[in-house]
Write a protein that binds this ligand. Structure first.
Ligand SMILES: Nc1ncnc2c1ncn2[C@@H]1O[C@H](COP(=O)(O)OP(=O)(O)O)[C@@H](O)[C@H]1O
Ligand SMILES: N[C@@H](CCC(=O)OP(=O)(O)O)C(=O)O
Length: 369
């Protein structure tokens, strides 16, 4: 049995006249139910709340005012879930709503709690339908777009594959809605900067990140060792055929050397609260010798952080080298910076560990997108 995350964008869930496209939702529900019958576990990441709410509130375009956007998401999310409930029940499938904010990913205990809930739902044969909790999320705690959310969810649930359903057939050499000569790119082995440059923004009034945010999401997912497919969400039966081995759209090859779920969490989910400026000896120890960060290599402490928070390790020329979880607060790191490990206890009156950032809690930025 394989676990698959399917991301469904606003464009394919909504009607040209605004509001939800009930027929499309029904046909996607059928496709996904067939996939479940074939033995796959499915987690849906669904957009569409704001687009659905726009119709209910009588708005012609996506609201820019944050309060109106949050109000649209609140009225739209219930319509969205109702449409899924109704469609999936015809195929004897149960669904559950899971609304997440970035903070749920930032805090380790909330991250693991979310994971446990989703895995429990799957064990009961229920299809979790995840969206960003737009009604409470402000800019500081936003994922930004659901492509990003889907990549993080794929890492969270240890998915084998991420399928992104879009209003286009896949990634093209340029925006196919603007350039009729654009060519589809069937396979991507490596996401290069040239490839990123091909992907433009959203081509519609309801989409958020466009192809660019899908490429960034694919970059994260493949580094987790997850295969990514971008296919059309407009055609019936495509997901079933894809999972039977037929090629559609664009397929991104997963990295063979996958980062662990914990390192993925450090790299992508947790927000850094500050930086540790480290000398060249410490840079070498981290980059070349695979060592932890000791207090002796720290020359400066920036920001205010607590034990368990994330920080960047930055060289003296300002280049970010790594991201990691600290064993000491900024207040205490300030006191022990540049000192030997034997001096930690005499200075602080306690010693939690020799390392300010242990190797197991350190991710090299060169190894991740
Ligand atoms: N190189 C490209 N290949 C395919 N689509 C592209 C490309 N560049 C920009 N796009 C635009 O990305 C849009 C899909 O993204 P978006 O509007 O955010 O949809 P969704 O709601 O599915 O997330 C397409 O409709 C297309 O106009
Ligand atoms: N959370 C928002 C969707 C945000 C988003 O990324 O939309 P999309 O580009 O259509 O995937 C909503 O439900 O309206």
């Amino acid at each position: 049995m394989s676990r698959i995350v399917i991301k469904i964008g606003s464009n394919i869930l909504t009607d040209i006249k605004g509001g939800l496209n009930q027929k499309r939702i029904y046909s996607i529900a059928k496709d996904i139910s067939d996939v479940c019958e074939a033995g796959h576990e499915i987690v849906i990441v669904s957009s569409g709340a704001v687009a659905a709410g726009m119709k209910k509130l009588g708005l012609k375009e996506k609201p820019k005012d944050i309060r109106l956007k949050q109000a649209a998401a609140a009225v739209g999310q219930s319509s969205l879930m109702w449409a899924y409930e109704k469609s999936f029940s015809d195929f004897k499938k149960k669904v559950a709503q899971v609304l997440l904010t970035r903070e749920d990913f930032s805090e380790r205990s909330r991250y693991l709690n979310s994971k446990n809930t989703i895995i429990t739902l799957l064990s009961y044969g229920i299809i979790p339908i995840i969206n960003e909790n737009d009604t409470v999320a402000t800019d500081e705690i936003k994922f930004g777009d659901n492509d990003h959310l889907a990549a993080l969810v794929s890492g969270l649930v240890d998915a084998e594959r991420l399928i992104i359903l879009s209003d286009v057939e896949g990634l093209y050499s340029s925006d196919p809605n603007k350039n009729p000569d654009a060519k589809i790119i069937p396979f991507v082995n490596e996401i290069t900067s040239e490839l990123e440059a091909m992907a433009g923004g959203a081509g519609s009034i309801v989409g958020t990140g466009g192809m660019y945010s899908k490429i960034l999401a694919a970059k994260k997912a493949v580094s987790y060792g997850i295969k990514v497919n971008i296919i059309s969400g407009r055609k019936k039966g495509l997901i079933v055929s894809l999972l039977r081995g037929i090629h559609y759209g664009t397929e991104f090859k997963p990295h063979l050397k996958r980062i662990s779920s914990r390192k993925g969490w450090i790299a992508y989910a947790i927000k850094p609260k500050g930086s540790l400026i480290i000398d060249d000896g410490a840079v070498n120890a981290i980059l070349k010798a695979g060592k932890s960060l000791l207090p002796s290599g720290i020359v400066k402490v920036d920001g205010v952080f607590d034990i368990g928070d994330a920080v960047y390790c930055v060289d003296i020329r300002g280049k970010r080298i790594a991201k990691g979880i600290v064993n000491y607060s900024s207040h205490d790191t300030e006191k022990i910076k540049g000192k030997k490990t034997s001096e930690i206890e005499p200075i602080l009156g306690y010693k939690y560990s020799d390392e300010v950032v242990h190797r197991d809690n350190l991710v090299l930025l060169a190894s991740i997108p």
